[in-house]
Design a protein around this ligand. Structure first.
Ligand SMILES: [Zn+2]
Length: 359
């Protein structure tokens, strides 16, 4: 942990400068900090901090007593922010709407890894190119926390259509199972506390509040899914991200459409899926926010089932600063979408979420 020198005379000015930068980076989204640190914007920023007597001593020029944390996909970034609050400077590397499975870090991302105290990854081979970059360019002694690897054992890994065992990379989408997400949050709390003992109470307080919200969400999802008849509890999705969700909430994965190379499926595969949809009498197929697919539309039309365009596994709904632009908001959105399409009762789910949990 890097402590700023104690300079009480400029402390209040420093606070204002930092608060403004934080506000700016939140208001403009994750790219704002990146833009700040590049080119003229970055120079101006460093210049201002230097004028204020700060110097580029902290995470990307932000002098601070907290940790610099680099994360990858948006749901994990949100979890780290929920635990850290103002005590952590968090930068998510994978822009929303970008395929995280094939994401290659840009040369400019090196600067974040070179200064990070902690890198939080999903693991389970989701971020192999980023792991290589950490190895080659990360700060010496940087702590790398792979949440998925510390949440399930190897015998609990799921291999499936888009993540075949032959390729050796398990399905990495653990965070769509809220119980696993809660484990992620506990791991983030414990790692941040270990690296920054001065803020341990802060991380624990935030995590306790957040875990209570997640437990309530988990309870409401389980209740909502149990209202679906067994014949309706079927998911056929474009992107293959729901096996751990299905395992927790009693859903069956009928299939996924996206092949392991993330290309569109071959015509033979399309014909097979249409047959399967007719046979299984699945009421709807689900597209993905990140992978809009004309093929899925064709499959749904030919099989005579509803095509629901949006499930999200690593894109948060809404815009930065809005309540739904969060992991909690993403899961609320996903479950409501499934219930509407499969014949469940979204109103019951909404009512459950609005009922405060009993402690
Ligand atoms: Zn995914």
């Amino acid at each position: 942990m890097r402590k700023s020198p104690a300079l009480p005379v400029i402390a209040s000015r420093r606070g204002k400068g930092l608060t403004a930068l934080r506000r700016h980076s939140r208001a403009k989204g994750k790219d704002a900090l990146r833009r700040h640190s590049r080119g003229r914007g970055g120079n101006v920023c460093i210049f201002l901090l230097t004028v204020l007597g700060l110097g580029p001593t902290g995470f990307l020029g932000v002098a601070t007593a907290s940790l610099g944390v680099v994360t990858t996909v948006a749901p994990l970034t949100d979890m780290v922010r929920q635990v850290g609050g103002d005590a952590l400077h968090v930068h998510g590397l994978v822009p929303e709407g970008v395929n995280s499975h094939t994401f290659q870090p840009a040369p400019g991302d090196v600067q974040y890894l070179a200064q990070a105290d902690l890198v939080v990854l999903n693991g389970l081979d989701l971020e192999v190119p980023i792991e290589k970059l950490i190895h080659s360019s990360g700060r010496r002694g940087v702590t790398v926390l792979k949440l998925g690897d510390k949440t399930i054992r190897q015998d609990e890994w799921v291999f499936d259509f888009s993540f075949p065992k032959a390729q050796g990379h398990p399905n990495p989408h653990l965070w769509l199972n809220v119980a696993y997400a809660m484990h992620y949050v506990s791991l983030i709390r414990d790692q941040a506390s270990a690296l920054d003992r001065g803020n341990e109470a802060v991380y624990h307080r935030h995590a306790t509040d957040y875990l209570a919200q997640l437990a309530h969400l988990d309870h409401c999802i389980a209740g909502a899914m149990s209202t679906l008849a067994p014949s309706q509890r079927k998911l056929l999705t474009y992107h293959d991200s729901w096996p751990y969700f299905a395992r927790r909430y009693g859903m069956t994965i009928v299939g996924a459409i996206q092949p392991a190379n993330f290309a569109e499926p071959a015509p033979r595969e399309v014909a097979r899926l249409i047959d399967q949809l007719r046979r299984e009498q699945v009421p709807a197929v689900f597209g993905s926010e990140v992978f809009p697919s004309k093929v899925l539309q064709k499959i749904a039309t030919e099989a005579g089932v509803r095509y629901v365009t949006t499930l999200r596994d690593d894109v948060l709904p809404g815009h930065p600063g809005e309540a739904d632009h969060s992991y909690l908001g993403m899961m609320r959105h996903n479950v409501t979408t499934m219930l509407e399409a499969l014949g469940g009762t979204p109103a019951t789910f909404t009512a459950c979420l609005q009922t405060p949990p009993t402690r």
